[in-house]
Unconditional design. Structure first.
Length: 301
């Protein structure tokens, strides 16, 4: 028996390869970059350099299994264009929505990993792709391909994937509050994936989050109390509003995927607007030395 959850049919979500061609290419890019970073740093004299090299090789394995492993689970040795899901603008919109959700979790716990080198920035940025393709993409393929397609099985997979996701991050997040943020983020990403079956949206959301924090850290934006912390969030928020309006207008013309109801786009638009207005208000209050809420994450070395 098939039941409806959220935006689409759960069983339909997991038919065939979960990747679009774009997400598959990005995951393989992550594999190559992580492999390079791993072999580049695995023999460093510095202990932490060796540790980061090991992490990078782990991420390369995640990316490999999250791309080629997914294909092989579907009985496809080498995929062609017909094997991938079709990419559409809904994935991008949902990706930005996921980004907002992850940002809110980060802002609540007030912690972010300190990024001091270009190599570490590359690691953080492309780890998002490797992790989503493995912890959400690959792991959620297993119960589907082995005939365990019950709702309970999908939610057990969320628990397992979140546990493994947290264990990997525990290696460089020692703060219990930061670990709690990882757990919440893992559950959130798993639930979103079960509801949408769109690994590309997960990758986009996680990727944007890590890009924003990498640039903030490297350029000194938003760390040590810098008010420019808000600027990138404001830019992304405004983009989401414009993008949401575009989707809403196209949906009314019935050219957008019918699985995405108008109600969903309205909710996304409202949430994006509130988020953007909130960030904008904080920027204005900064000039008067008034803090509506502390939105400056403390870096973890």
């Amino acid at each position: 028996m098939v039941k409806k959850y959220g935006l689409t049919n759960i069983d339909d979500n997991f038919r065939g390869i979960s990747h679009t061609f774009i997400s598959f290419i990005l995951t393989n890019m992550a594999f190559i970059i992580m492999l390079y970073l791993g072999f580049e740093h695995i023999n460093d004299e510095d202990f932490y350099g060796v540790l980061w090299g090991q992490f990078a090789l782990y991420q390369a394995a995640f990316a490999f299994m999250g791309s080629w492993g997914v294909c092989w689970l579907n009985g496809i040795l080498i995929p062609n264009m017909r094997d991938f899901k079709e990419f559409n603008v809904n994935s991008a919109f949902m990706g930005f929505g996921i980004f907002v959700g992850l940002v809110l979790v980060q802002l609540i716990v007030q912690t972010v990993l300190s990024i001091t080198t270009t190599d570490r920035a590359l690691y953080v940025i492309f780890a998002s792709i490797a992790e989503e393709s493995f912890f959400r993409g690959f792991l959620f393929e297993i119960p589907e391909k082995f005939g365990k397609k019950s709702e309970i099985m999908y939610f057990l997979t969320i628990i397992v994937s979140t546990g493994l996701f947290t264990y990997i991050h525990k290696s460089y997040y020692s703060d219990p509050i930061a670990i709690m943020a990882v757990i919440v983020s893992g559950i959130f990403l798993g639930l979103i994936y079960v509801v949408t079956g769109d690994i590309t949206a997960n990758i986009i959301g996680h990727f944007i989050l890590n890009v924003v924090y990498s640039f903030q850290s490297i350029l000194g934006w938003g760390l040590a109390g810098e008010p420019s912390n808000f600027m990138m969030f404001l830019i992304f928020g405004i983009f989401m509003i414009v993008f949401g309006l575009f989707l809403y207008s196209e949906k009314r013309k019935e050219v957008i995927d019918e699985r995405i109801p108008l109600k969903t786009l309205k909710i996304g638009f409202i949430v994006s607007s509130i988020f953007t207005l909130f960030i904008g208000l904080n920027l204005i209050l900064e000039f008067f030395d008034i803090n509506l809420i502390l939105l400056i994450p403390e870096p973890i070395q």
